[in-house]
Design a protein around this ligand. Structure first.
Ligand SMILES: NC(=O)c1ccc[n+]([C@@H]2O[C@H](COP(=O)([O-])OP(=O)(O)OC[C@H]3O[C@@H](n4cnc5c(N)ncnc54)[C@H](O)[C@@H]3O)[C@@H](O)[C@H]2O)c1
Ligand SMILES: [Mg+2]
Ligand SMILES: [Zn+2]
Length: 278
């Protein structure tokens, strides 16, 4: 359990504290970093959609200002959560706070109106929930279960490229769980859809919350059972078997994709096991 960052439900009516400023997967950053004095921010008259009390960083209360548009603030710039992960990803507590804040902010901005009757929703006191006063519908922060799997064939691993990836990078296969499906069924279906390969006995390894935009990654390992690689045209630019002795550029160390690959390498090559990213 992290000591520097602790998520908590703080009352936005409480005074003082520091705040993160978020809008559409971007945070406001200045020379002092990402946390701004809350009273100072209030005086800027920012286009605020929602304010949330999100927790404690190094013991200090932290709030989140979710904005309607990425407003200009003198001396500060907007940086995407992805850029911040690349810059500060080694600081796990900071990245966990930013990931949590981005998910809460995105959820709050997308649940301002009731999807059932269209009324304006209200923040429910004492609970992280949006509430419709007209029809009593409740919305909690959104999480999308997704599977991610490393498929292996002895000294080879099946890795693929999405057109969204950085040049040259190959990763494990991933996909969202569909209604009514078990995660194991999702693993089999996604591998079949994305590369046309059959697997056997998918085994759960570990999980990771992933704030792009609100996935809960459930990590698996599976063994190849048959078929030849046929990449799914829209999703997969290229997919191949790579020898564990000759791997392409891999995803960021903070990702569970990387962890699943490193874990397999460590077991195959007798190296120390990697640490699960938080
Ligand atoms: N942390 C990691 O190591 C890691 C690595 C790879 C992928 N991921 C994450 O896994 C998730 C799923 O991977 P993917 O993009 O390959 O998914 P996918 O293969 O299911 O395909 C993505 C498509 O699914 C649809 N979609 C979007 N949101 C959805 C939702 N909530 N439920 C159902 N369908 C949805 C869209 O059409 C989207 O283009 C993404 O959030 C991605 O960021 C994490
Ligand atoms: Mg996919
Ligand atoms: Zn309603």
């Amino acid at each position: 359990m992290s000591l520097r960052w602790q998520a908590a439900l703080l009352d936005p009516l409480a005074p003082a504290g520091s705040a993160l400023v978020h809008c559409r997967q971007q945070f406001l950053v200045d020379a002092n970093g990402l946390l701004f004095p809350r009273d100072w921010l209030r005086r800027l008259d920012l286009p605020l959609l929602s304010e949330q009390g999100i927790g404690y960083f190094e013991g200090e209360p932290v709030y989140l200002f979710e904005l309607d548009v990425p407003a200009e603030v003198p001396g500060a710039q907007w940086q995407s959560l992805r850029q911040l992960m690349m810059l500060h990803g080694e600081d796990r507590d900071l990245f966990r706070m930013l990931g949590f804040a981005a998910q809460i902010g995105t959820w709050a901005s997308q649940h301002r109106f009731c999807g059932s009757c269209g009324s304006r929703m209200e923040q429910r006191p004492g609970e992280r929930a949006m509430h419709c006063p007209a029809c009593e519908v409740q919305h909690y922060p959104r999480l999308s279960p997704s599977m991610i799997v490393l498929v292996t064939r002895e000294d080879e691993v099946l890795l693929a490229r999405s057109p969204r990836f950085a040049p040259g990078v190959y990763s494990t296969l991933a996909g969202y769980v569909e209604p009514g499906e078990s995660v194991e069924e999702c693993v089999v279906r996604e591998v079949r859809e994305e590369v046309g390969v059959e697997i056997h006995t998918p085994r759960y390894m570990a999980s990771q919350g992933w704030p792009f935009p609100h996935s809960l990654m459930l990590g698996f390992h599976a063994e190849y059972a048959g078929g030849v690689i046929v990449p799914q045209p829209e999703e997969i630019e290229d997919a191949r078997w790579f020898s564990i002795h000759d791997l392409p550029p891999l995803p960021a160390t903070q990702s569970i994709a990387r962890y699943l690959i490193e874990l397999y390498l460590s077991r195959r090559l007798g190296r120390p096991e990697p640490v699960l990213p938080g």
